[in-house]
Design a binder for this molecule. Structure first.
Ligand code: GLC
Length: 566
């Protein structure tokens, strides 16, 4: 590609979600108003100003609906009620009103692939006869073997162990099996049953009418399973989706019959029609689909607006790989009229301030977590790289997702003792896969204000904060030049000022060598030095840098980024 080629065209002021910076709140760990150790909606409302001052455009909430909390709320038993742990439906209305005043949009998480086993539909299905309409809401099948004692196929749960559980009939005899791609408390819905789609139309309309700005769609890649539920043919330990990265679309559909099946597009279009009954709303799909052209099919004009770019998040920390994934993302999404999203951390992975301090050969697989016996990550290097990687990401055109706490540079709490671990992955693999709790620990707000550093007034915390969390507390960073919090504020301010979310982007090969990567977006050069040596800075006005808050003495050090107005 010639270095003058513009690979993204400006779309100023069009469609907020194309350029939005969206901040993910994990409700149980953001802020706790009633002191029970679990964050809640009034806690969020009380802290909204701090997000407004950070400069975000929208919040995405991980689920806060009624749930037995077997998978931290991704097991929903009533889609129209807020779980009392987090507050009431009225608390959400208060939060929506206040966020509207502050100009922050609200996206909620919808979980259509499965419900909780405590949902009335599943309880009804358990009590009903085989082959009944109630059972047809879910994926019940007869077992294999002479007496149905073997699971219907070889699918494995993403959290470990088989993806099937056998039920006991009301008369005490062994019955059919039901499918659960996640925990056994999360039965998969049957999207071939039109009643399921009707119910979800209704759920979407319910929240849209309350004024939410959109939905993040959980496990959007799993809703439709291949007819006949054939065995999966590609194994990689637990049949997880990552290994399909290198297959063609057809091979992937065939090999993993529960992910990315073509029938899903009809379900997506139906979702979209409901959303379009309301103005200015958007969807973001959690669709773990590779390669990118396959994922791009999910964001065609009548489907989802956005999809998370997990291939970007998991790209190796080096210039060539990063350049390729960014180019591919912009180009592939543009082919279908969509903009790319970018993300470095979320509630399912290892916080990037820690992840980037792990040698590539020791990096755990997504969702596995760092085992306490793994080599210790280099936390100083991790944080330095995380700041640089974020500064590079926030200059890109498109929409960026931030995960709560990353603006503080929070590391992963990877040494949590087993007794605290709640991720079902931990129990389902007997601790072999340590799971995702390490990125879910409550946030430190005011150092030493309480044992939980201001997460609440009682010091209670559903997962204990490691000792080093106090040093990352927001009050120690607010207004402090060079802090990670001030860096994020500055990045978001300049990003907005220069319209970079919808800017004209090109690679700046004239400023690059083999250890650096640079691009120009709306006249701003964003330059990343991967090291090992310092590089001489080009002329221009320094807008923001990860290095000593604007104090640059002619050189950019390794693992640092600078934004220069040319
Ligand atoms: C998604 C969520 C994850 C959850 C799973 C099952 O991947 O991000 O947290 O455990 O779906 O709902």
């Amino acid at each position: 590609m010639p270095n003058t080629e513009i690979i993204s065209a400006a779309r100023p002021n069009a469609e907020w979600w194309r350029t939005a910076v969206i901040y993910q709140i994990y409700p149980r760990s953001f802020a706790d108003s009633n002191g029970d150790g679990i964050g809640d909606l009034p806690g969020v409302t009380s802290r909204l100003e701090s997000l407004a001052s950070l400069g975000i455009d929208a919040i995405w909430f991980s689920p806060f609906f009624k749930s037995p909390q077997k998978d931290a709320g991704y097991d929903i038993s009533d889609y129209k009620q807020i779980d009392p742990l987090f507050g009431t439906n009225e608390d959400l209305e208060v939060l929506l009103a206040k966020s509207k005043q502050l100009g922050i949009r609200i996206i909620v998480d919808i979980v259509p692939n499965h419900t909780s086993d405590q949902h009335a539909w599943f309880q009804e299905a358990l009590a009903a006869a085989e082959g009944s309409a109630a059972r047809d809401m879910y994926m019940f099948r007869d077992g294999q073997g002479a007496n149905g004692e073997l699971p219907p196929n070889n699918w494995q749960s993403i959290f470990g162990g088989p993806a099937w559980t056998r039920v006991t009939n009301p008369d005490g005899s062994a019955g059919q099996w039901y499918l659960h791609m996640f925990d056994s408390s999360q039965p998969d819905l049957n999207w071939d049953n039109p009643r399921v789609a009707d119910e979800f139309d209704d759920i979407l309309r319910f929240w849209l009418a309350k004024g939410v700005d959109g939905f993040r769609v959980d496990v959007a890649h799993g809703m439709i399973k291949r007819a006949g539920l054939p065995d999966a043919t590609i194994y990689d330990e637990n049949l997880r989706e990552r290994p399909i990265k290198n297959l063609t679309m057809e091979e992937a559909e065939e090999a993993v019959p529960y992910w990315g099946q073509p029938g899903v597009h009809d379900a997506i279009r139906r979702f979209r029609r409901v959303l379009d009954e309301f103005e200015d709303r958007a969807f973001c799909a959690e669709a773990s689909m590779s390669p990118l052209p396959r994922l791009a099919m999910w964001v065609r004009p009548d489907e989802y607006h956005q999809a998370f770019n997990f291939d970007y998040m998991t790209t190796a920390y080096e210039p060539a790989a990063l350049k390729k994934i960014i180019t591919d993302s912009i180009v592939e999404y543009a082919k279908v009229g969509a903009s790319s999203t970018w993300v470095m951390s979320n509630h399912d992975g290892i916080r990037h301030a820690t992840r980037l301090g792990i040698a590539p050969e020791h990096t755990p697989r997504p969702g596995d977590g760092i085992h306490p016996t793994d080599p210790a990550p280099d936390e100083a290097l991790g944080l330095r790289r995380a700041r640089a990687a974020t500064a590079f990401m926030l200059g890109l055109p498109g929409s960026s997702y931030l995960y709560q706490g990353e603006e503080l540079g929070l590391p992963e709490a990877w040494q949590l003792e087993g007794k605290y671990r709640q991720d079902p992955t931990y129990a389902r693999t007997n601790g072999k896969r340590i799971g995702r709790d390490g990125c879910r620990v409550p946030l430190p707000w005011e150092a030493d204000a309480t044992a939980s550093n201001g997460f609440n007034t009682t010091g209670e915390s559903w997962l204990p904060q490691p000792a080093n969390y106090r040093t990352f507390a927001r009050n120690l960073q607010d207004g402090v030049a060079g802090s990670t919090l001030e860096l994020y504020k500055r990045l978001l301010k300049e990003r907005k000022a220069f319209g970079m979310g919808s800017g004209e982007f090109r690679w700046a090969e004239e400023f690059q060598d083999k250890n650096t990567l640079g691009y120009i977006n709306n006249g701003v050069l964003v330059l990343f030095n991967f090291g090992p040596d310092a590089v001489v800075l080009p002329a221009g006005e320094v807008l923001v840098t990860t290095q000593h808050d604007l104090i640059l003495e002619g050189e950019l050090e390794h693992d640092q980024v600078v934004w220069i107005k040319l």
